[in-house]
Design a protein around this ligand. Structure first.
Ligand SMILES: CC(=O)SCCNC(=O)CCNC(=O)[C@H](O)C(C)(C)COP(=O)(O)OP(=O)(O)OC[C@H]1O[C@@H](n2cnc3c(N)ncnc32)[C@H](O)[C@@H]1OP(=O)(O)O
Length: 205
């Protein structure tokens, strides 16, 4: 483990990521990279360059992508992996994580989230504030589970899908890759085609 952490993205999501990293108390130095040259600091931490500077620092720093957009986060995460970056998992100290939970690199678990036993969360995922993933879920890479979303037991969520704030997914369901489920929406049947789904129960729009 390196004792320095570089977070790519210094705006909304990146700030929450930095807050978690600070609370984890694992790194001596935490800094940002951001492509907006007007942002010199964020959360009291220095922005030391634009994202292309990452290659200059890859040997000294662990690197984490603090960007909320699933597609952008995936692109940068995969580029970092290819370049051999060391990418941590970030877990807010006030989360509840069960036994045999597997969290892959580049994933962040935010305050108040609960992940129950035997759930797997892939690479570069966001398990946002106060969301719950019950037992035996399989969350594929680059998924975003928004604040307050609740997934019952044995739910599969395909790569790059985004479950909106306060959405609910009933047990034993599959949501395919590339889906977006709207705020407060409720999924009660499998979603087998990528697309945008809203309402109670969800319909495709
Ligand atoms: C820390 C953080 O901030 S994490 C981020 C959390 N943010 C979220 O979860 C945002 C989730 N986003 C939404 O729910 C959005 O409304 C989306 C993505 C589903 C749809 O956005 P858009 O594509 O812009 O759709 P638009 O607003 O034009 O709505 C299209 C129709 O769907 C309806 N609709 C949109 N969202 C929802 C919803 N969540 N539930 C029910 N109906 C909805 C609209 O009322 C509209 O209906 P109409 O055509 O009858 O008027």
């Amino acid at each position: 483990m390196k004792n320095k952490l570089l977070i790519i993205g210094a705006s909304g999501h990146g700030k929450v990521v930095a807050d978690i990293a600070l609370k984890m108390n694992k790194w001596k130095t935490i800094a940002f990279l951001d492509d907006d040259k007007n942002i010199r600091s964020s959360m009291g931490l220095e922005v030391i360059g634009t994202s292309d500077y990452v290659f200059k620092h890859i040997d000294d720093y662990e690197v984490f992508v603090g960007i909320g957009n699933n597609v952008t986060r995936q692109k940068i995460h995969e580029m970092l992996e290819k370049a051999g970056a060391s990418i941590p998992v970030l877990i807010h100290p006030n989360t509840v994580i069960g036994s045999q939970v597997d969290l892959e690199t580049g994933t962040v678990v935010m305050a108040g989230a609960v992940i129950n036993c035997c759930t797997k969360v892939g690479k570069g995922c966001i398990v946002n504030t106060g969301s719950t993933l019950d037992h035996d879920n399989n969350i594929e890479d680059f998924v975003h589970i928004s604040p307050g979303a609740h997934l019952a037991g044995t739910v599969n969520v395909g790569q790059g899908s985004w479950l909106g704030i306060g959405s609910v997914v009933s047990n034993n369901l599959n949501i395919t890759s590339g889906c977006q489920v709207g705020a407060g929406s409720v999924v009660v049947r499998d979603i087998t085609e990528s697309g945008l789904y809203v309402g109670v129960p969800v319909r495709r729009i």
